[in-house]
Design a protein around this ligand. Structure first.
Ligand code: PMP
Length: 460
């Protein structure tokens, strides 16, 4: 199909003049000009200059079924014609919200059988925060107000989500964190493990949760929230000792466990949910992104029988969004889940593609710049370092080399993101083995070019 749009330079000028981008230094982008994506199919993006780019990030970790699935567009159009909007407030409901809630209860692990719909991952975590505090209030324990989360975790950028997250850059703007949120250290052995073994380090980091609970007073703690595998923090895979210990601690102190599956849900880690991959039993699961494969915004808090019973039997839960359970979004999510299930996309990703990608990805450690390569299912990271043995940092400020590498990837028509000096991937689950080969080949080329450049500039 021929694209019919203004010339790239004109689009870039308009973009700079009127469009404020998320997580972007606006003036810098205005000078450089945004890369403008015009269409996509499978794992391939096309830009306004006709370049074909392999999207190893599935957009923002969300396009699990790949781009260009007509079925999702058709379902959306059909639903828009039949019932484009109706709310779920005031004792009303509609078929797409009912059927999606039923389906999510079916596929979610354990007794997670109740769904509160939201618009995104961030506002789902805002819902969770208000819900757990309300839960304890209804249970006659209003002093259980504190929520514990982790430095370098990511839970969104709203006041609630941004506070729950442990990103110092987010906290620095707009008066975050809000009261009652407390952070413990992350299980990032590569950067922070020192001389400890990964196993001992995983235990020590999990035990910080117990220390924090005792410091605050167990009777004041409502919940702990974490991602099964940190995504935006750099695809940090915790040591195997970490989650069992966390699970032991939350159980001991009767603290609710909110597992943020915004990235790890819907097949990303090789199973339907990261909780299954990591052996976690959540009380609430946060979902977004892959729930619709990003085709339309939708978030969901999937809640246990225990919590839902208390919330439902209390008086009105004074919370909700106009678009909670939007019928078009719910219809698209249902169709997306049907594709993931009936086409065996989750199963194939876990059983066939994940082992193939793992072998190729982990082989990147033979590159002089790569210190460790970690991957779970289809989310992976490599740590760049000037010295593998000491896990050293570069002379240049943190993130400089990662940024150079990301720029080299982009120049080589590969979307790979950097978090500090880690490079991360999270491709559509539908990626083929041949496309994995292209991904790895372009990643290696970009790493070579990064090494050349940092050698030339003395950055290592
Ligand atoms: N939680 C996690 C784990 C995420 O990765 C993200 C987004 N990257 C969010 C929450 C926030 O989701 P959204 O951007 O849809 O608000």
């Amino acid at each position: 199909m021929q694209d019919n749009h203004l010339p790239t330079a004109e689009l870039q000028a308009l973009d700079a003049a009127h469009h404020m981008h998320p997580f972007t230094f606006g003036a810098e982008l205005a000078e450089k000009g945004a890369r403008i994506i015009t269409r996509a199919k499978g794992v391939w993006l096309t830009d306004s200059e006709g370049e074909e780019i392999l999207d190893a990030m599935a957009g923002l970790w969300c396009v699990n079924v790949g781009y260009g699935r007509e079925e999702l567009a058709e379902v959306a159009a059909r639903q828009m014609k039949q019932l484009p909007f109706y709310n779920t407030f005031f004792q009303t409901s509609h078929v797409p919200a009912i059927m999606l809630a039923k389906k999510l209860a079916e596929i979610a692990p354990g007794d997670l059988n109740h769904v509160f719909f939201n618009g995104s991952g961030s506002d789902s975590n805002d819902t969770n925060l208000r819900m757990v505090r309300h839960y304890w209030d209804l249970k006659g324990q209003p002093e259980r107000f504190n929520v514990i989360s982790r430095w370098n975790g990511y839970h969104g950028s709203t006041m609630g989500g941004g506070s729950l997250g442990g990103m110092k850059g987010i906290h620095a703007q707009g008066g975050l964190p809000i009261p009652g949120i407390h952070h413990i250290d992350q299980p990032d052995w590569w950067s922070e493990g020192g001389d400890m073994s990964p196993e001992d380090f995983g235990l020590a980091r999990a035990q910080q949760l117990e220390e924090k609970i005792l410091e605050l007073g167990p009777e004041t703690v409502a919940a702990f929230i974490a991602e099964p595998v940190q995504g935006a923090g750099g695809v940090i895979v915790p040591p195997a000792t970490y989650w069992p210990e966390i699970q032991r601690i939350v159980k001991k102190y009767d603290i609710l466990l909110i597992v943020d599956e915004v990235i790890t849900g819907f097949g990303r880690t090789g199973n339907w949910f990261g909780s299954e991959t990591m052996g976690i039993t959540p009380d609430i699961m946060t979902c977004a992104k892959g729930i619709t494969s990003g085709y339309i915004p939708l978030g969901a808090s999937i809640v246990s029988d225990k919590i839902a019973k208390v919330i439902d039997e209390g008086d009105e839960f004074a919370h909700g969004y106009t678009y909670s359970g939007h019928p078009v979004a719910c219809a698209v999510a249902l169709e997306n889940i049907r594709l993931l299930e009936e086409e065996g996309i989750v199963e194939r990703a876990g059983k066939e593609i994940a082992p193939y990608l793992k072998e190729k990805w982990e082989a990147l450690v033979d590159h002089p710049l790569v210190g460790e390569a970690r991957i779970v299912g289809l989310m992976g990271s490599i740590a760049l370092t000037p010295n593998k043995a000491t896990r050293a940092k570069f002379k240049a400020p943190g993130g400089t080399v990662g940024y150079i590498c990301r720029e080299r990837c982009f120049a080589n028509n590969l979307v790979m993101r950097h978090v500090g000096d880690r490079m991360i991937i999270s491709p559509p689950l539908t990626i083929t083995k041949a496309e994995v080969d292209i991904l790895i080949e372009r990643a290696r080329k970009s790493l070579d070019e990064t090494l050349e450049r940092i050698n030339a500039e003395g950055l290592n």
